[in-house]
Design a protein around this ligand. Sequence first.
Ligand code: SAM
Ligand code: FES
Length: 343
Amino acid sequence: MLVEALRRDRDLTDAQFRTLLETDQYDEKLRTAADAVRRETYGQAVYLRGLIEFTNYCKNDCLYCGIRRSNTAASRYRLTQEEILACCREGHALGFRTFVLQGGEDPYWTDERICSVVSQIHREFPDCAITLSIGEKSHESYLAYFEAGAERYLLRHETADAAHYAMLHPSDMDCANRQRCLFDLKEIGYQVGAGLMVGSPFQTTDCLIADIRFLQSLQPDMIGIGPFLSHKDTPFRDKPNGSLTLTLRLLAILRLLFPKVLLPATTALGTLHPMGRELGLQHGANVVMPNLSPVGVRDKYLLYDNKICTGDESAQCRHCLEQRVKSAGYEVVCSRGDALTKQ
Ligand code: SAM
Ligand code: FES
């Protein structure tokens, strides 16, 4: 009943969402409905994003994150502009048409340096989309990156509940500012990705309902969700990992709520369960993000313990994911894969 109503109305009451989120049984009806909507909208297509983790320096201290500034055990690195371009060249030859530059909030990477690398990628690969994921910045900075050629931006809102946000972050970080960033990015014209960790410490069903309401007000083009996974050198080292079932259920709910949204089957999901990404695709996800970072730095971008794919070459990662997508019943598409929300 609830699944049909969600598919038909693309909404539910808070009480109905609570029922759907709190069932602990696997729900094949929900999965089938999400898969049907995804096939109506995107067919079998799964879009590839080449992920370049270009710095693990971070001035922030999020309590959950393995690259937080207080983690003195992290071995820090940053790629040079030339190394980033080399990753793009390798990725382009492998068929990637989107590059995602992700990193901690690293003061070395001033706006000038970011604009310089973005415009160089834009010049050399005019057929590719450039996505940035480098945290909270001013409207002015976001505008400068956009004018340099970045068209997409990933910034998970993390949690829409301000009290919960304060339990996950130090007091110098603010839920309202993160949300302000997302609305600024949208206003400038970026394709915007918000998102959250499923099962982050202290998360309740009320938090997830607040997340759904926030996403409905933002109307993002992408939603990045994956399970929270603990990292041994953070204050949350003893917190339990997020649940596979709840992550899959939330993916399916999001597909039904936002038929056109781009939804990645994340590396965190693949770390939680060997078939996590395949299951994610079968629950409505339609994006995968193979790693293009040089092998020498991969095992340093550790947001959580036991991260997968840290030893593989880019070509291996690309090939492995293509096989996984096929085995799940879908087809990798080598195009920019723009969000249908823009059409
Ligand atoms: N600095 C940028 C930012 O803040 O958006 C991008 C990098 S940040 C490390 C990317 C995302 O990783 C975060 O938004 C967070 O949701 C996720 N993340 C961090 N620690 C995690 C953990 N322990 N488990 C799962 N996801 C995590
Ligand atoms: Fe770097 Fe959270 S620790 S953004």
